[in-house]
Structures are given as structure tokens and as C-alpha cells.
Write a protein that binds this ligand. Structure first.
Ligand SMILES: [Zn+2]
Length: 274
């Protein structure tokens, strides 16, 4: 990279903050939002409050889910096929709570834990095509820079990096030119990226979710099989007392900033020029 490019990259990277006008993610109205998530629950746990606000704002929200989450059960009687069906139903329930219809949930159907072993070129091409098709105003995705993504969590690493790479590829017409020639898809430059699961030092925007904090918890607990006792021995419903106790416990531990329930993001724009 030459000096001019580096300078431009720094300027563009920090432009929202320099201008004192960071994107008001919770105030966006009438736009198209794509959220890429490795599993059918990360979108809820990270962003359900923001998504509920965006839904109330009349935005078109599409949830793209890389994997079918068909491995995360300790129940010896569970099968992958059954778990995938359960997780799909739970995701639909969770999205319904926050105002997203099931028609807007898109499954790429990779197996849980296997995303790293997909063909990387095919995977980035697949997601580039989705971005060029929907031409989103905002893309939400896992931050490739967070410690969890870098070091620990299978599928999260691949989803984070793949989405970032696809955002980059989507704007340059010479990447996957077959998409323009055969499908009529034009390049698309994503104006704003909102990265979730950010580290404290990387977060630069916090959405106040006070008005939808309970909705978020209801959506989180719609993922019944992701919580005990259902992880160890699957049951499709909650004991009401267990449900209430867990909900209150989650509420007590929910992230807060300046006395408000929040969801943290790293907002970025035009970093692809780096
Ligand atoms: Zn996950």
C-alpha cells in the first residue's frame, strides 16, 4: 500500500467519528439491512434489541444464517437432522418476537462447526452474490477483530472473515464477473458496516435498547434448546418458573452503559480501501 492509499484508508476509516456524525443505527428507517450470523442464535443474543428497533422503523431486515446449528446438544437421543429442524423453528420464533417474518430468514445450510472446511472461494462468492442481490444500506456481521472470533469459536471465525471479504468483493466488478454476466447483478458498495460481538476497546457505538429489553429476552429464550435443561435433555417448552428465573437473571446481567440497556457495535465505513 502506498502512502496516499494509507492516508485515504485512515481518513475513511475514521470519517464517521471525525465528522461527529456516527451512524444512528437505531434511528435508521425504510432501509435494507442484512445481518450475517454463523448460527441461529447469535443474531438474537447480539442484536435482537437493535433489530426490534429497526423493525419498528420500517426497515427490511434479512437474516442470513451460515449454518444449521445441528451439533450443539448434549442429549444422547438427539440427532443432527432433528436438531437442525428444532433450531430452525426456534429462530423463526425468535425473529417473530422482534418483528422479522420467517420469509426474511435465509439458510445457507452449512453444518455446525464445519464452516471452516467449506471451500473459501465458493463461500465468499455465495455471500458476494447475496450482497449484490439485496444491495443493503447496512450490513451487520461478527467483528473479525474480536478475541473470541480470532482464537476460539469455530464458524464465528469463518463467518466474520468471509462476510468482510464478500463486502469487499461485492463492490469490485472484476470479482466474480459471472454474477453480472449471467445474473445481471451489478457491483454494490456497502455504505455502512455494523460489527457485533466487539471487544470493549473496539466498540464505538451503543444502541439504547431500554424500550425493547424485555422483547430481546423473550427472543433469546425462544431458543429453548440453547439453554438448560433442554441442552442436556431436550424438551420443547419451558417450566414457567425456570423461564422466569432465567429471564430475571439475564436481565440483571444484561450489558448496560450510563444506566441504560445497550448493544455495542463497531461501526465502520469504507474500510475496504485499506
Ligand atoms: Zn454462534
Amino acid at each position: 500500500m502506498n502512502f496516499t492509499k494509507l492516508t485515504m484508508a485512515i481518513l475513511f476509516c475514521t470519517a464517521p467519528a471525525l465528522l461527529g456524525q456516527p451512524l444512528q443505527l437505531d434511528k435508521v428507517q425504510g432501509k435494507t439491512i442484512l445481518l450475517f450470523t454463523p448460527h441461529p442464535d447469535d443474531d438474537t443474543f447480539c442484536c435482537a434489541g437493535t433489530l426490534a428497533l429497526l423493525s419498528k422503523g420500517g426497515n427490511k431486515i434479512h437474516i442470513i444464517i451460515y449454518t444449521n446449528d445441528d451439533k450443539g446438544s448434549l442429549d444422547p437421543d438427539m440427532t443432527s437432522e432433528r436438531l437442525a429442524r428444532i433450531r430452525m423453528g426456534e429462530e423463526e420464533d425468535a425473529c417473530r418476537v422482534i418483528g422479522i417474518p420467517k420469509e426474511n430468514i435465509h439458510w445457507l445450510e452449512y453444518h455446525d462447526g464445519m464452516l471452516e472446511y467449506a471451500n473459501p472461494r465458493d463461500l465468499v462468492e455465495e455471500v458476494t452474490k447475496i450482497i449484490r442481490t439485496y444491495r443493503p444500506d447496512v450490513v451487520m456481521s461478527i467483528d473479525p477483530g474480536s478475541e473470541e472470533v480470532r482464537w476460539h469459536k469455530t464458524d464465528h471465525r469463518m463467518a466474520a472473515n468471509n462476510t468482510a471479504d464478500a463486502i469487499r468483493a461485492a463492490e469490485w466488478h472484476l470479482y466474480f464477473p459471472n454474477q453480472r454476466l449471467h445474473d445481471g447483478l451489478q457491483p454494490w458498495k456497502v455504505p455502512v458496516e455494523a460489527y457485533f460481538y466487539v471487544t470493549a476497546k473496539d466498540a464505538n457505538y451503543w444502541v439504547n435498547i431500554d424500550s425493547v429489553a424485555d422483547l430481546k429476552l423473550d427472543a433469546a429464550l425462544a431458543h429453548v434448546s440453547q439453554w438448560e435443561p433442554s441442552i442436556t435433555k431436550y424438551r420443547p417448552d419451558w417450566d414457567p418458573q425456570v423461564h422466569e428465573k432465567l429471564k430475571q437473571g439475564l436481565k440483571a446481567r444484561a450489558p448496560k452503559k450510563d444506566g441504560h440497556y445497550v448493544e455495542a457495535y463497531r461501526i465502520a465505513a469504507s474500510f475496504n480501501q485499506q
